[in-house]
Write a protein that binds this ligand. Sequence first.
Ligand code: PEP
Ligand code: MN
Length: 338
Amino acid sequence: MIINMSSLATEKEIDHVIERIKECGYQAHVIHGAERTVIGAVGNNDRRGELEALRAAPGVEEVIPIAHPFKLVSRQLRPRPTVVNVAGVRIGGGDLVVMAGPCSVESRDQLLETARSVKSAGADMLRGGAYKPRTSPYDFQGLGVEALRFLKEASEETSLPIVTEVMSEADVEVVAEYADMLQVGARNMQNFSLLRKLARFKRPILLKRGPSATIKEWLLAAEYLLAGGNPNVVLCERGIKTFETATRNTLDLAAIALVKELSHLPVIADPSHGTGLRSLIRPMSKAAVAAGADGLMVEVHPCPERALSDGPQSLDLSGFAEMMQDLGPRRLREVKAA
Ligand code: PEP
Ligand code: MN
């Protein structure tokens, strides 16, 4: 339920409503807007009627049911967009944020060369996998902690914040020691115990859409993070499985536009995994921006033909610089944040 307080409601009236929500066994999520306070009552029991009765409480303007199964991520509860701050980079704040770097961190030299180059081309954040979710157990699995150290060094030199994947609950502490933003990979989108643990860490999360996840399932996965206490969530559309085989995945551009309607969370696009094809990165990046994306995640490698993972979908250093030139103005829109 959403309880819209009147713009004239007093603090005492707001506190009373919060107390009643808690008494009824629901969580109260309070959003203090510029004009009014909105309180989300989230939970599940048979005392909904008592919440509805709050219509009669002093200072309450209206009580509206939340239409979707996801509540805290819903735009109905928080109409203004959320801006997620990753070590000074604001995602969802109206500027296009570009995260770039190799699929996997393969060596110190490979990472430093890439980091310097994407920085000078205008990237805002550095990506790079230290722990790699690979379809085959015989493929390169990532350098682990050594890669995290290289990422940290590259970040310190270039001042690019780091985003890197955390694959298991056991690795959360060590990855959080090095990374500014923790990526939940597509294969882990519904790893609920991982999501619960990440919710407690408060570090910004990049939540990739599962290859077979519906938009509802994706937003409910994000709901786990918000309900667990972490509001710093950015969604990433990275392509879904369809009958099409000419591309690695089908980049679901409509999902970007729809999720922007349904949720206040920032959304970025990953055209690298979304297509699997280097030649499509540029056009699909522009298409994602046109669909409303707040940012892009792009795989870049100094020598894609030698890459230990995802070479065919990686841009080389000059290809990335050209793409950045081609993107046009990075200021997308004026945003009034929540
Ligand atoms: C990645 O970003 O390198 C990655 C493995 O992505 P996804 O989880 O989307 O496949
Ligand atoms: Mn990859």
